[in-house]
Ligand binder design. Structure first.
Ligand code: NOJ
Ligand code: CA
Length: 690
């Protein structure tokens, strides 16, 4: 080797050494607004984040507590680093938009312990214009085959006492009302023991994700995770005095640890949405972008659709799931009546709950193993005939599997249950996990259940079945990789308005959900109740919005399946039902026209199959006026706008069904002035005039 070459190699090595030991590694978003610095402090990895040059996440450390092994904390050195950039687009097979831009800068740090046992760990950071994600990688290495994680200690050190929209860090359920407090006022413990929850476990003062915040300077942040695979769900422990959150993984009383994994593996991404507008949170693609591309290929067996159901009857108490009640809902005759209605009204699906044996031992039974079976219909329900009749009319059956939180029973039947759907040509299933989990000691959001939910999803994929899970694990963007994950509950749904003892979902609920839960992924909320006061069935309950808001939710809520849940008597002959008939469920593009967390939001979406647009606007208990520009419409085209608006005297409680319909011709130069009543909304269809 010549002298010059040796000199050059030495210089490169020296530079690399300096680079690795130099205090800070940094990576910024493609537009430069978000900056991230990563460094070792006393041998412990730390990061901080700035937004438009100002600190937004202060120094926060990273690490793990492990079973039978020293913690992953300090004693690290950075042995290598890599940076890269990527800018591509990919297509959603269905969803809120067709094309997704995936543009980020990436930093990868390779860490090794300075002393024996010289364990290795990598840190991976991706920074986008709409936020960032980072995760831990545990590469294959000598002497370390498996990790048993007793705690993940990822910190998020806030730069102020922000306003926060939060639900408690419940290990079993997300069906809580949102709370709005300063960070220093978060008290999740006070939310324990809600009488309407069949399962709930809030071990400490922590919040569930996505948790959304607004700083005093008007920056919006939301904390969540992406690609939750073979790992425990993450709650965020709240250290009020330090204004800090730290990951608190959902555990298991059976095993005493949080996560067990063989190496190599990566953790889910820890994500932070960052936006200067509230609407920017909704328009963000951060969560899906941090997931791997589609692994299923063509999923056109699933068609985005509206669906009716034998469902609201049960929540109103007019019918029941079980046969022994004497008011069984799932009969062949009723299913056919609904199919006829769906076929006439541009509704593609029918959900039938209570069709299979076992419901006599559903709620309140300790021993629920082996109770439900997912292939045997009650004698008054002819499954094959309902499927046949539906197909004849162009209406698909959505299968229903309530597991009653006995996942081992469901696991045993996955093959037979999904084969049955395959043989009948059923392409969607709604699953449910109501109740305390069996086996005792496991929780809905722990690693054991994360893997169960995934098995069901994969079994669905093998059988061309799309899954809509209730009492699910939270959405973390896996719909990109497995687009048969179509929607899920994972929030306090409409059903609470039918029976909860705490007054139902207040008018602010959905204006909060749009900026929190909805950032995770599609929601099966079941909007569209017209009989707002639930008369005469439920005198003590009601929906706390106007009828016009119920219409607007078909656009505001993101989901490729939208239920049309009310009893047919509420819809038949109702002029406002035309909006539900017309509204699309699969979108070319989505624009958030205005919004403020917990107050109001207006979303415009373009139908994927046409040039038609739909707009939904909703408000909390405050009435408000809105000026909406239609400049997003394509130039040179004319539209018929049908506006379904709150009536002059509308009010969510005093006069919820007061509404009016106005028809106008508009184009991209038009603007609309909307009046939203307290708890109200507006729904607009913009149909191209050809
Ligand atoms: C809870 C679900 O959220 C609800 O929609 C369903 O009707 C019941 N479980 C029964 O499965
Ligand atoms: Ca539920």
């Amino acid at each position: 080797m010549n002298k010059k070459l040796i000199q050059t190699i030495c210089m490169v090595l020296a530079l690399a050494f300096v680079a690795c030991q130099s205090k800070n590694h940094s990576v910024t978003s493609p537009d430069g607004a978000i900056g991230m610095e990563v460094y070792l402090k006393a041998g412990q990895p730390c990061y901080k984040v700035s937004y438009n040059g100002k600190p937004i996440i202060l120094e926060s450390s990273l690490g793990f507590d492990l079973k039978d092994m020293p913690a992953f904390k300090d004693g690290w050195k950075i042995i290598n680093s890599e940076t890269s950039s990527s800018n591509s687009t990919w297509e959603m097979p269905w969803g809120e938009k067709r094309e997704v831009v995936d543009n980020y800068n990436e930093l990868k740090l390779f860490l090794k312990e300075e002393k024996a046992p010289y364990r290795k760990m990598n840190l991976n950071f991706k920074v986008y214009n709409d936020g960032l994600g980072f995760r831990y990688e545990f590469p294959e290495q000598d002497g370390l085959k498996e990790l048993i994680i007793t705690d993940e200690n990822t910190q998020f050190n806030l730069a102020g006492d922000h306003k926060v929209w939060w639900i408690p860090g419940d290990w079993d359920i997300y069906e809580h009302l949102y709370n709005t407090t300063l960070f220093s006022g978060i008290d999740a413990i006070s939310k324990r023991n809600h009488s309407n929850l069949a399962q709930s476990h809030i071990p400490e003062n922590a919040v569930n994700t996505p948790v959304t915040m607004k700083t005093k300077e008007g920056v919006y942040l939301s904390f969540h995770e992406a690609n939750l695979t073979d790992y425990a769900g993450m709650t965020l422990k709240v250290e009020k005095d330090e204004l800090m959150m730290e990951s608190e993984l959902v555990g298991s009383d059976r095993t005493g640890y949080k996560v067990k994994r063989a190496l190599p593996f990566t953790t889910p991404w820890r994500t932070i949405h960052i936006s200067s507008t509230a609407g920017g949170l909704i328009e963000s693609d951060l969560i899906v972008n941090l997931n791997e591309p589609n692994k299923l290929g063509d999923v056109s067996y699933f068609k985005p659709m509206k669906y009716v159901g034998i469902w609201w009857d049960m929540h109103l108490g007019t019918k029941a799931w079980d046969l022994a009640s004497g008011k069984h809902g799932a009969t062949t005759a009723y299913a056919k009546e609904l199919i006829d209605f769906a076929a006439k009204n541009n509704i593609g699906g029918l959900l039938v709950e209570g069709w299979n044996t076992g419901w006599e031992h559903w709620i309140g039974f300790e021993d629920r193993e082996g109770v439900f079976d997912f292939v045997t219909p009650y004698p008054d329900y002819d499954l094959a005939e309902v499927v046949r009749y539906g197909k004849e009319k162009g209406v698909e059956l959505i299968m229903h599997h309530e597991t009653s939180a006995a996942p081992r029973t469901y696991d045993q039947q996955l093959d037979t249950a999904y084969n049955l759907m395959h043989s009948l040509g059923i392409h969607a299933v709604k699953t449910g996990y109501v109740g305390k989990l069996i086996p005792k000691g496991e929780y809905h959001h722990g690693q054991w259940m994360v893997n169960h939910y995934r098995r069901a999803l994969m079994k669905g994929a093998q059988n061309q079945v799309a899954v809509n899970a209730h009492e699910p694990i939270k959405a973390t963007g896996l719909r990109r990789t497995y687009p048969n994950a179509i929607a899920r509950e994972g929030l306090r749904g409409q059903e609470f308005n039918a029976w909860s003892s705490d007054g139902g979902n207040p008018a602010e609920h959905l204006p909060i959900v749009a900026f929190t839960r909805m950032l995770a992924g599609p929601i099966d909320y079941t909007p569209g109740i017209f009989n707002i006061k639930l008369e005469p069935y439920k005198p003590d309950n009601q929906v706390n919005t106007t009828l016009a808001q119920q219409l607007a939710l078909y656009v505001v809520i993101n989901s490729p399946i939208q239920m049309v849940p009310d009893l047919l008597s509420a819809y038949k002959g109702h002029p406002a039902f035309q909006f539900i008939r017309d509204v699309a469920v699969n979108w070319e593009q989505t624009k958030v026209l205005n919004g403020e967390v917990g107050e109001y939001v207006t979303i415009a979406r373009q139908d994927r199959a046409s040039n038609n647009w739909f707009i939904g606007a909703i408000t909390n208990e405050e009435a408000r006026e809105m000026h909406i520009n239609l400049e997003f419409l394509p130039e040179g085209k004319k539209y018929q706008a049908t506006i379904y608006e709150d009536g002059d005297n509308a009010h969510w409680d005093k006069n919820p069904t007061d509404y009016k319909i106005e028809i106008l011709e508009v184009n991209d130069a038009s603007a609309l002035d909307l009046k939203l009543a307290a708890g109200g909304g507006a729904a607009i269809s913009l149909i191209e005039i050809k």
